[in-house]
Structure formats: structure tokens, C-alpha cells
Design a protein around this ligand. Structure first.
Ligand code: ADP
Length: 731
């Protein structure tokens, strides 16, 4: 099965003719045997046949079976595939690393390197596509943005929705829009050729997806079984069973909510395909007693493995977020320094979403000689990214998830136990290449009481962004949108109200001019509102606000310090950056000072206990945001606005933050506590805030964290009458 363009012959083509350089073609040919050994390889033809016949294919297969990298390549040479194939990913890390891998496999440069390059990616704040891009990896958010700009998706022949089992809100929206588009229900300009849709997942409930898309009959393709290859190995080799018996479905129910019936030529059949991956046995080891301190437990186990187990065999540790990852990374490095010279080296590599690209890419480089890699990851590595070489998994059993509290009207990131299905996925990462071991930092009982599946995000998050996107795409009747899982009515209403408060909607519920601008920004509605407010002539502080938003968009620009002593040292070093107005102005000053630093920015960061890594991200985001502002005509020039006094500028900046985060405001009570103005909930200023321990008549905060009690993080001091004024105006 050759999915490379047939005209391209390996040889000595000149890059100037649009041909890739020879070394890329050599690499492409060298990778072909690896591709051919992937479990999905034998299914190329059935997959193609399925999509020739039907417009929708639901494809399930274990992580690592080759879905994300191979399916687009299988389809590229199909006669119906004259335009680009989009493949969505829940995370930017995965989108970029997959694009790199597929470019290598196809012998192509990356989309932005040559007009002829066939592979590219587009993620928030980073676009690497070109006119020749035929395979385009994008984050779900970016595809949604494109769906707003080009409702009929005219530049695509196919959309591959990957990692559907993660069930992000964005994937649910994409599925809803695609269902309407494929069925011809959406009121968009008609496409000349049908859009092909492939829905891929590692664990998804196929039935639910087929039912969701199925307006007719589920077709059966051949029922093929491929024999296990090497009977010696412990691999349960790939087998397929494609399709089941034809099954009638009652679809009237599914479309009764819509005025329009599907158009005549809409294809109403769905194919399914199942690819079984390779999995070696993985031994599970539980803790005898529950622990709270999993960073320490993980550290012990890492060194235990390192001293006991032979190489090769890398370790993958699942942690909750940047803070715990960076904490453990430091500890490993400290302890590793004390190892005897005859012990192999330990190389700790962090992997989390906010990590810059080049640092993320390091996990894919081969492990150096006499070294063991320890990858410290968030749940990114659960299914999104396949890390090679892993034989040991350490699972803390927790992850950070978004949780919306309807009563409070606040969304927060909470550290919560994972589900059984996530624990199984994590464990599976140890058995990709050989038999492995999985250390669970919880007891067997702890495992047994875990929920079976992770609740889809749409059932537990703030829906205002989702609804704004729906409205911007003309899906006005949000209560009747085709949701794979329907969120509670209360949550939908709450979000509509929130959008009304932000003036993103008119009183009638239709999207406003302001809302349209907000929807086109790659920001949450609150941050979008802050930005649009800053562009208004009476505020005129867009550049400052862009700096603040960029800093808020990365996890933490200030380094987390483990010991008290270091904390005091850092406090002293950072004092010149702290602003009495609070965290937002402190962020602004930090970004400004960093930008102005002409000598060595890295040294500057070290001196101020600021994360250089995070600041590089901030600068990148800032650049992209400014571009988007100028596209949306929010920014008329990149020159600094006519200088007003710094006091007035600070006030203008705070007023913008207040306008967006009006639901996150609290006033000081006589007993010294803070109570939210819209919800009457007690909150405390988080210890990480520069305002911690200070009393001020009112605060606005950009983040809400719940750990034992309700904390406001990212806090600014404001005057109570400013808050009342805004609330009065919107109520
Ligand atoms: P799936 O989508 O079924 O999880 P993938 O197509 O992502 O599978 O991965 C198939 C194989 O390709 C993986 O087992 C991995 O070895 C390899 N691979 C994927 N991405 C990369 C990368 N960025 N670098 C090196 N190898 C990769």
C-alpha cells in the first residue's frame, strides 16, 4: 500500500523544483518498514473501501496501532480526496508531534518551510501550513475556528476527528456540527462534493457514535480476520472485524428536533472498523496503604526501578500538572547527582501542554547510551502521545480536571481521582514494546472505587465558550443542538446568561457584534471580552491587556519553590516586580521588564525566579494575539498608544479585566472575609497572590481554585463602586 504521491521518485531531486531534499526521501524510505508493521497497516484497503462507499467511518483501535499517523496517508491518494485532510487532536503537543512524524514518513518538509510541503499543523498561536498542505493536524479549537470562518469547510475533502474518547467539549461541538453538515441539516452553502468524516478513538463506545451519526443503516464491510503473526511472541496481533450485521435504526427520533429533513443525496450510512493493537502483559503493583504524598512515593519507586531493573526500560510517570512535574523533576535531578558513577544516568523529561515545542520533542529522541529516561507527564501521555521505550509506568491516580460549579457560577481546575478506564490506559503505556510494570500510587481498593469512565467535559464545564461558538456558527437553538451527551438545561441557561452579561448576546439571544469578535479570538469568552474592551477608544490599553492575557494563558510564570528559604529569597528578588494593584499588574510589569531586557533574558529570569520557559511561551502567544487583533481590526497600529499617565493606564487595564471577569468579583466583609458579588460565596485570596494577606474593599480574580476551600487566584484590587457600576449596567 503506497500512500506517497506516485510521481515522486527517490533520487536526487532539487528542492528548488518543489521536491523534498534527498535526505528526507531517504528517511521516508527507512521508515516504511516500521509503518508496515503497525497493526493498522493491513486495514488500509478496507478503510479506503469503507469511505468510498459511505461518508462516515467510525474507527476504533488501541493507542499506538497507527490510527493518527496512517489513516490520513491511506486516504490521500483516493480519487475523492482532491483537497486537504484535517485531523483534529485534543492537544497541541499531539498535533505538532504527529505532523512532524507524518511529514517524516511522507518525506515532506513542514507546511511553513516550503510551498510544496504536504504536511502541516495549526494550533493556537502557531500555524505551520502552506499552500501545498494536504494533511493538516489541528487542535479541536482551531478546527472550530475554521468552521466559523468557512462553514461548509470548502478547503477539506475529509475531516478525521481523533481521540474522540477524550470527549472534550470541543470534540462534542465538532461532532454536532459535522453531523449537521453531513446530513445536510445545517443551513450552509452546499458543498460540491461530500465531506468524508472519520471518527477515531481508542476506547469509544462505537454504538453511541454510530447511533449519533446514523440516519439509516449500519453497513457491513467484509468481515476479515488476519492471523496472528509470530506465534512465539506475546503479542496479540492485530485482527479486524469490520462492521456487524446490518442493523435497522429508528432515526426519526434523532432528527425530530430539526425543521429540515436531511437532503436527498445525503449519505446516511456509516461504516465501522476495529483495529486491535499490540499489548504485552503489564504487571500491576499497588501501594499497601493510601498516600497523600505521591511525589515522594514516585521518587522512591523511580530510584528503586533504576537500581533494580536492567536497561533499556524508560519510566513514564503520570502526575497532575506543571507544579508537581517541576517539583519532581528537581528532586530527581538532585538525587541523581549523588549516584555512583557506575550507575547508569537518569534523564528527567517533563511533558505538559504548556511546555515549549522543542522541550516536548525531546521525549521522542532516542535514549542516550547508559541512560534511563524518566518522562514526567500529565494525562497528555495517556492516549494522545505515544512515548517510545517505556517499560515502567507510575500512576498517581489523579488528574486535573475542569469542574464547573453551577451554584457558584465558577469554573475551577480540580485535582480528582481518574476513572478506571483512564487507569487502564495509563497502565497500557508500559506494555507497548515489551512486558512491563505499572506502579499505582493507590491501593487496590482505591482502584475499585474509581468511576468506570471519565465524565465527558461537556457535563461538567462552563458552557459559555461552547455556546458562543454555536451561536457564531448559526446554531441558534442551543437547547436542541445534537449533543452526544446533553448537558443539563441549568448549565446551558447559566452559560446563556453569562454571555448576556458579557454583551456577547443580544436580549433576543442572537449573537452580537461584540460576541462575533469574541468568538473569533482563540480565548475564553471572559478573556475575549477583556481584550475587546481594551480596544475601545475610551480604554485604549490593548497592548497592556495583550501582555496580561498572554501571561494568564500559560500555567505559571513564577517558579514554584519547594523550600521556605528559597521562597523568601524569591520574594526579595521579585519585589521590584510586585504591584500593589495586584497580580494582573504584576504580570504586566514582569512581561514588560522581560521584553525590555536587552542582555540575557535567561539570566534575568533566573535572577527574578521567573520561568524562562514560560516567558518564551508568553512572548509567542503575545505575538500571535497581536496578529489576531490586527486581523480583527482591534489593533490599528502596533505603536504604543499616545502616552497617558501610568495611573490612568493602570486604571484602564483594571477596568477591562473587571468587565470580562465581572462574575469573579468579591467584596470585603466586616469579618475580614471576601464574598462574591454575584453568588454570595466566600472566597479567600490564594497564597500565591501578591495580595495575599491584604485587605481591600473589592477584588476581581481571573481564576478560581478549590482545594479544601474556595481560593481566588490571579487577583486585583478594585474599588467597590467600579464593580457596582458594571453590575448595574448589565443587570
Ligand atoms: P494511534 O493513533 O493509533 O495511537 P499513532 O499513529 O499515533 O497511533 O502512532 C503509531 C506509531 O507511530 C507509534 O507507536 C509511535 O511509535 C510512532 N510515532 C507517532 N508519533 C511519533 C513521533 N512524533 N515520533 C516518533 N514516533 C512516533
Amino acid at each position: 500500500i503506497e500512500s506517497q504521491p506516485r510521481r515522486q521518485q527517490p533520487g536526487n531531486p532539487k528542492p528548488s523544483q518543489g521536491n523534498p531534499p534527498t535526505h528526507l526521501l531517504k528517511r521516508r524510505d527507512a521508515l516504511l518498514p516500521t509503518r508496515k508493521s503497525l497493526p493498522i497497516w493491513p486495514h488500509a484497503e478496507p478503510i479506503r473501501a469503507a469511505l468510498r462507499k459511505n461518508n462516515v467511518l467510525v474507527l476504533t483501535g488501541e493507542t499506538g496501532s497507527g490510527k493518527s499517523t496512517q489513516v490520513p496517508q491511506f486516504l490521500l491518494s483516493e480519487p475523492w480526496c482532491t483537497k486537504t485532510i484535517a485531523i483534529t487532536q485534543p492537544r497541541r503537543v499531539a498535533a505538532i508531534s504527529l505532523a512532524r512524524r507524518v511529514a517524516e514518513e511522507m518525506g515532506s518538509l513542514m507546511g511553513n518551510q516550503s510551498p510544496a510541503a504536504k504536511v502541516g499543523y495549526s494550533v493556537r498561536f502557531d500555524n505551520a501550513t502552506g499552500p501545498g498542505t494536504r494533511v493538516k493536524f489541528l487542535t479541536e479549537g482551531m478546527l472550530l475556528q475554521e468552521m466559523l470562518r468557512d462553514p461548509e469547510m470548502s478547503q477539506y475533502s475529509a475531516v478525521v476527528v481523533d481521540e474522540v474518547h477524550e470527549r472534550s467539549v470541543n470534540v462534542d461541538l465538532i461532532l454536532g456540527f459535522l453531523k449537521n453538515l453531513v446530513a445536510g441539516i445545517e443551513k450552509v452553502k452546499k458543498r460540491k462534493t461530500p465531506l468524508k468524516v472519520v471518527v477515531m478513538s481508542a476506547t469509544a463506545d462505537v454504538e453511541a457514535l454510530v447511533q449519533f451519526f446514523g440516519d439509516g443503516v449500519k453497513t457491513s464491510i467484509e468481515n476479515g480476520k488476519i492471523e496472528a503473526g509470530d506465534s512465539e511472541s506475546k503479542i496479540s496481533n492485530s485482527h479486524v472485524s469490520i462492521g456487524d450485521k446490518p442493523e435497522k435504526r429508528d432515526t426519526a427520533k434523532m432528527i425530530e428536533n430539526f425543521d429540515q429533513k436531511p437532503t436527498e443525496d445525503s449519505h446516511d450510512q456509516i461504516s465501522t472498523c476495529f483495529v486491535e493493537g499490540r499489548q504485552y502483559p503489564v504487571k500491576t503493583i499497588y501501594l499497601p496503604q493510601p498516600t497523600q504524598d505521591w511525589v515522594e512515593s514516585a521518587l522512591k519507586i523511580i530510584f528503586q526501578i533504576h537500581y533494580k531493573e536492567p536497561l533499556p526500560g524508560d519510566i513514564l510517570v503520570f502526575l497532575t500538572g506543571q507544579d508537581t512535574i517541576e517539583g519532581l523533576e528537581k528532586l530527581i535531578n538532585e538525587y541523581a547527582q549523588g549516584m555512583d558513577s557506575d550507575v547508569p544516568k537518569l534523564l528527567a523529561l517533563p511533558l505538559f501542554a504548556a511546555l515549549p515545542q522543542h522541550a516536548q520533542q525531546r521525549i521522542f529522541t532516542p535514549t542516550p547510551h547508559r541512560t534511563r529516561k524518566v518522562i514526567l507527564a500529565t494525562n497528555i501521555a495517556e492516549t494522545s502521545v505515544t512515548v517510545p521505550g517505556v517499560r515502567f509506568v507510575i500512576d498517581c491516580g489523579k488528574s486535573k480536571i475542569k469542574q464547573f460549579r453551577n451554584r457558584l457560577g465558577l469554573e475551577s481546575l480540580l485535582v480528582k481521582p481518574i476513572s478506571k478506564s483512564a487507569a487502564i490506559q495509563r497502565k497500557g503505556r508500559a506494555g507497548r514494546e515489551a512486558a512491563g510494570q505499572c506502579y499505582r500510587l493507590y491501593t487496590e481498593k482505591g482502584y475499585e472505587i474509581m468511576e468506570e469512565r471519565t465524565t465527558p467535559e461537556i457535563l461538567r464545564c462552563d458552557l459559555s465558550h461552547a455556546i458562543l461558538t454555536m451561536k457564531a456558527r448559526g446554531a441558534d437553538d442551543v437547547l436542541n443542538f445534537p449533543f452526544l451527551d446533553r448537558p443539563p438545561r441549568e448549565a446551558l441557561e447559566k452559560a446563556l446568561l453569562q454571555l448576556l452579561h458579557l454583551s456577547a448576546l443580544e436580549e433576543t439571544g442572537a449573537i452580537s457584534e461584540m460576541g462575533l469578535k469574541m468568538a473569533k479570538l482563540p480565548l475564553t469568552p471572559t478573556l475575549g471580552r477583556v481584550l475587546v474592551e481594551a480596544a475601545r477608544p475610551e480604554r485604549d490599553c490593548l497592548l497592556d491587556v495583550v501582555d496580561i492575557i498572554s501571561a494568564l494563558s500559560v500555567e505559571n510564570i513564577f517558579l514554584n519553590l519547594v523550600t521556605e528559604e528559597r521562597k523568601e529569597e524569591a520574594e526579595a528578588a521579585r519585589r521590584e516586580l510586585y504591584r500593589r494593584e495586584g497580580d494582573h499588574m504584576t504580570l504586566l510589569v514582569t512581561v514588560q521588564r522581560y521584553s525590555e531586557e536587552r542582555s540575557d533574558r535567561k539570566v534575568w529570569c533566573e535572577k527574578h525566579f521567573v520561568s524562562h520557559r514560560a516567558m518564551q511561551n508568553v512572548m509567542n502567544i503575545k505575538k500571535q494575539l497581536l496578529q489576531q487583533c490586527s486581523q480583527l481590526k482591534l489593533l490599528t497600529s502596533t505603536e504604543l498608544p499616545a502616552s497617558s499617565s501610568s495611573e490612568a493606564k493602570t486604571q484602564a487595564g483594571l477596568a477591562c479585566i473587571l468587565r470580562g471577569f465581572i462574575s469573579n468579583t468579591a467584596r470585603l466583609m466586616p469579618d475580614g472575609s471576601y464574598r462574591t458579588l454575584m453568588g454570595n460565596q466566600t472566597v479567600s485570596i490564594h497564597p500565591s497572590s501578591v495580595l495575599f494577606g491584604r485587605k481591600t474593599e473589592a477584588i476581581v480574580f481571573s481564576e478560581f481554585v478549590f482545594t479544601g476551600k474556595a481560593w481566588a487566584r490571579g487577583v486585583s484590587a478594585v474599588q467597590l463602586d467600579w464593580v457596582s457600576e458594571v453590575i448595574e449596567a448589565i443587570m
